[in-house]
Design a protein around this ligand. Structure first.
Ligand SMILES: Cc1cc2nc3c(=O)[nH]c(=O)nc-3n(C[C@H](O)[C@H](O)[C@H](O)COP(=O)(O)O)c2cc1C
Length: 316
């Protein structure tokens, strides 16, 4: 089966593969640049970092990719600094902006002026239609197999055909895709491209702590659970001492709250929990992960991950 051509506004990546944005500080410049160089779309996790940090990540990613390929940023609407982060990314001439976890009309107005394509992350055909009407260049259809915050409890295999038939803009499938066989299944179901995150975290270029990657490599299917997030959405993560504390209502609050979210339930500090995991304090951290992490058994260079996916796709 031929690879589809993914078009997001004026952008045409060599391969229809988006590396899903991962916050906080999981998809940073080194991973993003490697994906862009390989012909996919590399996406910086832009939530939970300062405006200066975002500016620096974009500049470093451009430098590492030698200005080749397409670089995007993923910013969650739930972030208090959402619009400032969007404006910062635009001022750094980011190629594309991915937004999820809420909806903003303002982002479309802002991006229209700079002609920056916006891709909305949605989990229903209703949200996809709203995104298309508002001016989205494409949507990511994200099923319940995805890591991080979830907008649905339905499988990508159920929602993808519904979303595809509801809109004319390209639909990128996300959630649980770990190899070229999974990718082929999504393309057969109508996807114009795929977004993959967990597989790319287990790459040499992803610069989270080794301890984080080891938790992924040891994960069994039953270890991946749904947790409550202070954002007000369920989240998919790997069960550990920290998620047991969340379940018991005993997870710690921040020593100093930076008011990073528009609305925070105040149950625990998700920023600190995600940064702890990223830095290797895995038992005090929240380890977001896709449902199919158990299928991935190796840490590989991004170029090898691309080669494998494309080979498997051609065999599927
Ligand atoms: C560690 C981690 C962090 C994530 N952070 C974000 C985020 O900040 N914003 C977002 O829209 N999605 C986030 N996601 C979701 C991914 O971008 C992606 O859509 C999803 O994980 C795809 O499923 P997969 O991981 O099974 O490939 C995150 C996922 C993971 C695993």
């Amino acid at each position: 089966m031929q690879l589809p051509e993914l078009k997001i506004g004026h952008l045409k990546p060599r391969f229809p593969i988006v590396q899903g944005g991962m916050s906080i500080k999981v998809s940073t410049a080194s991973l993003v640049a490697a994906v862009a160089r390989c012909g996919g779309i590399g996406v910086i996790g832009g939530t939970g970092i300062s405006l200066d940090e975002l500016r620096e990540e974009i500049r470093t990613a451009r430098r590492l990719s030698q200005n080749q390929g397409i670089i995007g940023v993923n910013i969650m609407y739930a972030a208090r600094e959402f619009m400032q982060l969007v404006k910062t990314a635009i001022s750094e001439r980011i190629d594309v902006i991915f937004t999820g976890a809420g909806f903003s009309r303002e982002v479309f107005n802002e991006c229209k002026q700079s002609q920056t394509p916006v891709v909305s992350i949605v989990s229903s055909s209703r949200a996809a239609v709203l995104a298309e009407k508002s001016g989205a260049a494409a949507v990511v259809a994200e099923g319940c197999e995805a890591g991080g915050h979830l907008g649905t409890d339905r499988s990508i295999k159920e929602i993808l055909p519904e979303i595809k038939s509801a809109v004319k803009i390209p639909v990128i499938a996300a959630g649980g895709i770990t190899d070229g066989y999974d990718m082929a299944e999504m393309i057969r179901l109508g996807a114009d491209g795929v977004q993959i995150a967990t597989r790319f975290l287990l790459s040499e270029e992803c610069d989270v702590a080794e301890e984080y990657k080891q938790v992924y490599l040891n994960a069994r299917p039953e270890d991946v659970i749904i947790v409550k997030s202070p954002v007000g959405l369920p989240g998919r993560a790997i069960r550990n001492a920290f998620t047991d504390l969340i379940a018991a209502g005993e997870a710690p609050l921040a020593e100093e709250c930076s008011a990073c979210l528009r609305h925070c339930s105040g149950d625990y500090c998700i920023k600190e929990a995600l940064l702890n995991a990223r830095d290797g304090k895995v038992n005090e951290g929240l380890i977001f992960s896709g449902a199919n992490v158990h299928k991935i058994k190796s840490i590989l260079p991004v170029a090898q991950i691309f080669q494998n996916i494309l080979l498997e796709y051609s065999l599927a």
